[in-house]
Design a binder for this molecule. Structure first.
Ligand code: ATP
Ligand code: MN
Ligand code: MN
Length: 305
């Protein structure tokens, strides 16, 4: 039987535009994931991750020797970065404020070329530096906190956000916790958004002091969940949806539909190896409607300070 071959070669994969040096370098030796494997993963999830990493300041966890080598958390652009990586001039910083940005897929491949194993964006776009377009409530379990308690915490954050007219979406962190993310129409400034999130965290801690804390005091954390609102200040970052984590197993921070958040998964359940198939099998983006659901945050609720 004759095998049909197409007349025209398919276009080369986009990633070839950025030259990947050492494509066989092992970044996750425990899982056999190489630099090229990382590039392939981001090519697969590009359309999902793009809205969260394009045109916003990025901090990068760079790991040139993989997850078990030396790593550095980088917030400023460096000399010799791939051309797809662009300087974003922080308007509040004057000269020393060259932050890291990307505009397109080549930029993401530039991040891979730079051994970026975690991508941590700001909660604001560089189109409006002073007005965040999302909130991230970072739920950090202390020792001995069961997964079900973390799920309850995420549901409670969701209820409280929805009670103020805001939307709430959830993702695994790829580490130990969960992140509840709210899209905002960028109107309120950083101080207002931070004040709102502090109020929310403090309300949870004062209503359920046995379950939640709002400030990082190690002694008080065993058995409790830190409702970490400090992702929501100017210059702070949180790991991007779909970003890989520099931890064994190559976990990713995975957006979930609320009805997927159950005992069958955990904070590092989805990995670079399993995420593309999961996304392909879904009928819709797990965060369908994220941007359309954005509302402005009008004013901070009364502080419980
Ligand atoms: P986990 O679920 O394990 O808590 P996480 O990503 O939420 O995972 P956290 O320690 O709660 O981790 O959050 C720390 C956040 O602070 C990161 O998401 C990152 O954006 C930011 N950050 C600031 N400095 C660093 C640093 N040196 N290394 C890593 N992250 C940093
Ligand atoms: Mn966390
Ligand atoms: Mn935290």
């Amino acid at each position: 039987r004759e095998v049909e071959t197409p007349d025209v070669e398919p276009p080369p994969p986009q990633r070839r535009i950025v030259n990947l040096t050492h494509p066989d370098r092992l970044y996750w030796p425990d899982s056999g994931v190489t630099k090229e494997g990382l590039a392939d993963y981001y090519a697969d999830v590009w359309r999902y991750i793009a809205p969260f990493i394009v045109d916003r300041p990025l901090a990068l966890l760079r790991c040139p020797d993989g997850i078990s080598g030396q790593t550095f958390f980088q917030k400023n652009l460096w000399k010799g970065a791939s051309p797809g990586i662009v300087a974003l001039d922080d308007p509040a910083a004057g000269d020393g404020g060259k932050l890291i940005g990307i505009h397109d897929f080549d930029g993401l491949m530039g991040l891979v070329q730079a051994a970026t194993l975690e991508i941590h964006p700001w909660g604001a776009s560089c189109r409006d530096w002073e007005r965040p377009d999302m909130i991230v409530m970072d739920l950090d379990p202390g020792e001995d906190v069961p997964w079900t308690a973390l799920i309850d915490a995420a549901q409670e954050v969701r209820r409280r956000l929805e009670a103020t007219g805001l939307a709430a979406f959830v993702k695994t962190s790829g580490g130990k916790g969960l992140h509840v993310v709210t899209p905002l129409v960028p109107r309120a400034d950083w101080a207002t958004v931070k004040g709102f999130t502090r109020g929310l965290a403090q309300a949870m801690a004062s209503d359920s002091p046995d379950r939640y804390v709002a400030t990082i005091t190690k002694a008080r954390r065993r058995g409790r969940i830190l409702v970490d609102y400090l992702r929501n200040q100017r210059g702070a970052t949180a790991v991007a949806p779909y970003s890989t984590r520099a931890r064994p197993g190559a976990p990713v921070s995975m957006p979930l539909a609320w009805d997927e958040l159950g005992p069958g998964i955990g904070p590092a359940h989805f990995t670079l190896a399993t995420a593309p198939a999961r996304l392909a099998a879904l009928d819709a983006d797990p965060w369908e409607g994220f941007r359309q659901d954005a509302r402005p945050l009008e004013a901070a609720p009364p502080d419980t300070d």
